[in-house]
Design a protein. Structure first.
Length: 241
């Protein structure tokens, strides 16, 4: 049973592709989207979807620039400043601050309609409560691949079981939102011994180790990696109720 849902934001990367394409040297979590910084917007979205709290892992540059800009951190966000080596280490840093249980994690640049995010949380809860397998690691949000560069493809069965994650092309890709058990952090040592250097590889390791990951397909998600994505996200937000 999911008694209490914790929230988390993965935001320790530098966002180089967005900086280069926009020619703006602001850290991605502080980029304005819909009248607020992406970090604040994502925290609000996660809380509105049912999380009781939000922890955000950011790097020291973001923390410094936020202070210089007098960026007001919403009281709902607990910041963890960590210069992690890669996205996997950012996720694993959450294992040091989250209480045992379930959490919804999102990359800071995953822009998803609030109705879809709420549906993802509700359906993930249902899947978890109906599943009798002790090896259930959680649920990933997926979306239809639209030709974006460097996607993580998901091989998903008709009933939503993820058989594999990787570079082999399928119709579905991960959408940057995860409903996970803190039990995944038990595999941190294995991942580091294997020399893994990305969250996508860590998720694939969970499946290889026999953990179950399910998928829920979302509509209207946008991963903000470049200037064109930012424009699309801003346009989409203007149309949202």
């Amino acid at each position: 049973m999911v008694k209490e849902l914790q929230g988390a934001i993965i935001a320790a990367g530098r966002g180089e592709r967005l900086r280069i394409s926009t020619r703006d040297d602001i850290p991605k979590p502080l980029v304005q989207l819909g009248g607020e910084a992406m970090l604040a917007r994502q925290a609000r979205a996660i809380l509105d979807a049912g999380a009781s709290s939000v922890v955000a892992v950011i790097n020291s540059e973001t923390a410094r620039v936020a202070k210089e800009m007098a960026f007001e951190i919403p009281p709902s966000i607990r910041l963890v400043v960590r210069d992690t080596a890669n996205s996997m280490e950012t996720m694993l840093a959450l294992g040091e601050v989250l209480e045992p249980g379930w959490f919804i994690a999102s990359t800071v640049d995953a822009v998803i309609p609030q109705t879809e995010l709420a549906r993802f949380v509700n359906e993930s809860r249902r899947k978890i409560e109906e599943c009798r397998e002790k090896n259930l690691a959680g649920v990933l949000a997926v979306t239809r691949w639209r030709g974006e560069a460097r996607p993580l493809f998901a091989n998903v069965t008709e009933n939503g079981l993820i058989l594999g994650l990787g570079s082999r092309q399928t119709s579905l890709v991960t959408a940057g939102v995860y409903f996970l058990s803190t039990g995944i952090f038990d595999y941190a040592a294995d991942a580091r011994r294997a020399g893994l250097d990305a969250l996508r590889r860590f998720l694939a390791l969970l499946i290889e180790r026999g953990m179950r990951l399910d998928a829920i397909e979302l509509e209207g998600s946008i991963d903000v990696d470049e200037a064109s994505d930012l424009d699309a996200a801003r346009a989409a937000i203007r149309k949202m109720p």
